[in-house]
Design a binder for this molecule. Structure first.
Ligand SMILES: [Zn+2]
Ligand SMILES: [Zn+2]
Length: 151
């Protein structure tokens, strides 16, 4: 799966399907995207191949005080992915920057407590008021990848 920023300077490739896909309805994601939610594909950073360009990292303020760095194109400012909690080996790739954003669908909806009220969620997808326990939700293969990543 390939993707990129609005101006085309940043081009990247996901070398495999992600481990899991989040649809996050938290207020930070709403503010930082200017939209109702953000779609993040969780994938090992070493499976994100940068085909062209170089991102710059912006440190976002967080309620938890843990770092959240957003990688943006230096020319057009498009956010292509981010790293939460200072974990540079784990990438949250913005699904909307893929060439085919429809290729990935959310595996879970999180922070629905701040979901915009007009937004109706599909009943078949798990949804949580805040965060969730990945051990109970992720498929075994993804959990194995997660374990390999975190050690
Ligand atoms: Zn750009
Ligand atoms: Zn969020």
């Amino acid at each position: 799966m390939d993707g990129g920023c609005a101006c085309g300077q940043i081009r990247y490739r996901l070398r495999s399907p992600p481990m899991f896909v989040h649809c996050c309805h938290c207020l930070d994601c709403q503010r930082q995207t200017g939209s109702a939610f953000v779609l993040n594909a969780l994938i090992e950073t070493d499976r994100v191949e940068i085909l062209s360009g170089e991102t710059i990292l912006f440190a976002m303020p967080t309620d938890s005080g843990r770092p959240h760095d957003v990688a943006r194109c230096p020319a057009c400012g498009t956010a292509v992915w981010s790293h939460y909690g200072g974990l540079k080996f784990l990438t949250f790739a913005r699904v909307g920057t893929l060439d085919e954003p429809a290729a990935l669908t959310p595996d879970v909806h999180i922070y629905t407590r701040s979901k915009l009220p007009w937004m109706t969620l599909p009943p078949e997808t798990p949804a949580f008021e805040a965060y969730y326990d990945s051990k109970t939700l992720w498929p075994a293969e993804s959990l194995a990848r997660r374990k390999a990543l975190f050690g």
